[in-house]
Design a protein around this ligand. Structure first.
Ligand SMILES: *[C@@H]1O[C@H](CO)[C@@H](O)[C@H](O)[C@H]1NC(C)=O
Ligand SMILES: *[C@@H]1O[C@H](CO)[C@@H](O)[C@H](O)[C@H]1NC(C)=O
Ligand SMILES: *[C@@H]1O[C@H](CO)[C@@H](O)[C@H](O)[C@H]1NC(C)=O
Ligand SMILES: *[C@@H]1O[C@H](CO)[C@@H](O)[C@H](O)[C@H]1NC(C)=O
Ligand SMILES: *[C@@H]1O[C@H](CO)[C@@H](O)[C@H](O)[C@H]1NC(C)=O
Ligand SMILES: *[C@@H]1O[C@H](CO)[C@@H](O)[C@H](O)[C@H]1NC(C)=O
Ligand SMILES: *[C@@H]1O[C@H](CO)[C@@H](O)[C@H](O)[C@H]1NC(C)=O
Length: 387
C-alpha cells in the first residue's frame, strides 16, 4: 500500500570522483527560491505599510520571540498517547487556533512566533515506532492527506494575512500537499506578508519517510532581515551533520527549530522522544551555531540564548496549555551581527575543506542508502498501484 521506490545508484561514480574536489559555492539568496517565494504571496489584502515602517515602531533592544507549545485541534492527549481511534484531524480549526495564537503573541508584543513540527494539521503520533504493520496508515492516511495544507489555499492565505494583520514574523511548520506529494514544510512569513523561507525537511526521519517526500539541499538557507538573520530546521535535521553544517555556515542570529512533541523530563523509558535528548539538541545547536534557538514543541518548549549560556526559558509539559500556550523570551537584537558567514568560525568553508581532506581513505566512497532523494506519491499512499 505504500510506494517503496528503488533508490538510484547511477550518481555514485560521479560523486566518488569529485568527493575531494572543492565544493561549488552556493549562490545567495537562492535565485530559484526567490522567484518561487514571490509566487507564494497570494493574499488579497496586502500590508499598507512597508517593512521599514512596521519595524520602526519596534524596540529592537527588547525583541520578544514566542514558541508555541499547545497542541493543534483534536490532537490526542496525554502526551505519549498515540491512539488515534475516533480522532478527526481538523486543519480548518487548527488554522483558526493558529491565528488566535498569532494574535495572542502579537498582543504580548512578540515580534516572532514559531510553531512545532507539522503543527498544521498535527504530528501523526505513532507513525514512527508503532505496531507493524503500521495501522496509522491503514486508518488515517486519507484524512491526513485531506488535512494537509496547500500553499496558496484559503487556509494558507489566512495565515499570511494573520502575519500582516498582527505585524509579526510567523514561522510555520506544516504538512504540505502539492499535486503529487506531501512534504514536512516550513515557511517564514514576514510582517508585510513576504514569504521569506519556504522549505521541505531534507530527509523525514525513519518511518516519516513512508509518508513525506524528501526536500532538497538548496532549501537549507538563512535570510537576512531587519531583526537579524533567521533560519529554520525541523526535528531530526538537527542530528544530520550536513544539514546543520550547511545552515550554521550561514550564521543565523535566530534559529527556528520545530519538534513535534516533548514530554516532561524523567521518563526513563523514552529515548529520542525524551525531553532530555530533545532539549540537548536545541542547546548544542545554540552553542555550535552561536544562535538563539527557538525550540517550538508540543509540551516542553524552550528558547535558548545564543552560545554557551546556562540560562534558558522553558515551560515543561505538565503546565496547563490553556494558561500558557506560548513560551516567550526577549533579546537585544541590536547586538545581532546579521552577517552571512564567519570565515574564521568552526563551521566555515575552511573547515569543510578539512572534513574533505581528513575523511579516512579506508572508508569506501559509496553514497549509501540514506542520501538518495526519496519520494512517496499521494496515489501510492492511499493504496493505488504505483510503478
Ligand atoms: C492600513 O493599516 C492600518 C493599521 O494597520 C489600518 O488601521 C487601516 O485600516 C489600513 N488601511 C487600509 C486601506 O487597508
Ligand atoms: C513514559 O513513556 C512511555 C512510552 O511512551 C509512556 O507509555 C508513559 O506513559 C510515559 N510515562 C509518563 C509518566 O508520562
Ligand atoms: C474547511 O474550510 C473550507 C473553506 O475555507 C471549506 O470549503 C471546507 O469544507 C472546510 N472543511 C471542512 C472539513 O469543514
Ligand atoms: C521586553 O518586552 C517584553 C514583552 O513586551 C516585556 O514584557 C518586557 O518587560 C520588556 N523588557 C524591557 C526591559 O523593556
Ligand atoms: C540585515 O541585513 C539586511 C539585508 O542586508 C538589512 O536589510 C537589515 O537592515 C540588516 N539588519 C540589521 C539588524 O543589521
Ligand atoms: C512537572 O514536571 C516537572 C519536571 O519536568 C516536575 O519537576 C514536576 O514535579 C511535575 N509536576 C507535576 C504536577 O507533575
Ligand atoms: C544592546 O546592544 C547594543 C550593541 O551591543 C548595546 O550598545 C546596547 O547598550 C544594548 N542595549 C541594551 C538595552 O541592552
Amino acid at each position: 500500500m505504500k510506494s517503496h521506490l528503488l533508490t538510484t545508484t547511477t550518481t555514485l561514480t560521479a560523486l566518488a570522483a569529485t568527493s575531494l574536489a572543492l565544493p561549488q559555492p552556493n549562490t545567495l539568496p537562492h535565485p530559484k527560491t526567490l522567484a518561487e517565494r514571490a509566487s507564494l504571496l497570494t493574499t488579497t489584502n496586502p500590508s499598507n505599510r512597508t517593512l521599514d515602517e512596521i519595524i520602526s515602531s519596534w524596540d529592537l533592544t527588547n525583541l520578544t520571540l514566542a514558541a508555541v507549545r499547545i497542541p493543534p485541534v483534536n490532537w490526542p492527549l496525554p502526551m505519549m498517547n498515540k491512539d488515534w481511534d475516533g480522532v478527526k484531524l481538523d486543519l480548518n480549526g487548527t488554522v483558526d487556533l493558529g491565528i488566535r495564537l498569532i494574535e495572542k503573541a502579537a498582543a504580548e508584543k512578540a515580534r516572532v512566533i514559531h510553531f512545532p513540527e507539522v503543527w498544521f494539521p498535527g504530528y501523526p503520533k505513532g507513525v514512527i515506532n508503532s505496531e507493524t504493520p503500521n495501522p496509522w496508515f491503514e486508518y488515517h492516511v486519507k484524512d491526513y492527506i485531506e488535512n494537509s495544507l496547500v500553499v496558496g489555499s484559503t487556509n494558507w492565505n489566512k495565515l499570511v494575512q494573520a502575519a500582516i494583520d498582527n505585524s509579526i514574523y510567523v514561522g510555520l511548520s506544516f504538512s504540505e500537499k502539492d499535486t503529487a506529494h506531501l512534504y514536512m514544510a516550513q515557511s517564514l512569513i514576514s510582517p508585510d506578508g513576504e514569504i521569506l523561507i519556504h522549505r521541505h525537511k531534507l530527509r523525514p526521519s525513519a518511518q516519516e519517510r513512508d509518508l513525506w517526500t524528501d526536500g532538497k539541499l538548496d532549501q537549507i538557507y538563512a535570510v537576512s532581515t531587519p531583526i537579524g538573520r533567521i533560519g529554520m530546521l525541523s526535528c531530526g535535521e538537527h542530528t544530520s551533520p550536513e544539514v546543520t553544517f550547511l545552515m550554521q555556515a550561514q550564521t543565523e542570529d535566530i534559529h527556528l527549530g520545530s519538534w513535534p512533541l516533548t514530554p516532561d523530563f524523567g521518563n526513563e523509558t523514552l529515548t529520542y522522544e525524551s525531553a532530555e535528548v530533545i532539549t540537548s539538541l536545541g542547546r548544542v545547536y545554540a552553542i555550535l551555531g552561536d544562535s538563539i534557538v527557538v525550540q517550538a514543541s508540543i509540551g516542553t518548549a524552550t528558547i535558548f540564548p545564543a552560545g554557551s549560556s546556562a540560562v534558558w526559558s522553558q515551560t515543561v509539559a505538565n503546565v496547563s496549555f490553556e494558561e500558557f500556550p506560548l513560551v516567550y523570551r526577549s533579546f537585544n537584537a541590536t547586538a545581532f551581527t546579521n552577517t552571512t558567514y564567519n570565515a574564521d568560525g568552526e563551521v566555515s568553508w575552511g573547515t569543510l575543506q578539512a572534513v574533505n581532506q581528513g575523511f579516512p581513505e579506508y572508508i569506501p566512497q559509496v553514497q549509501g542508502g540514506l542520501v538518495p532523494w526519496h519520494e512517496d506519491f499521494l496515489g501510492g499512499l492511499v493504496g493505488e498501484e504505483v510503478d
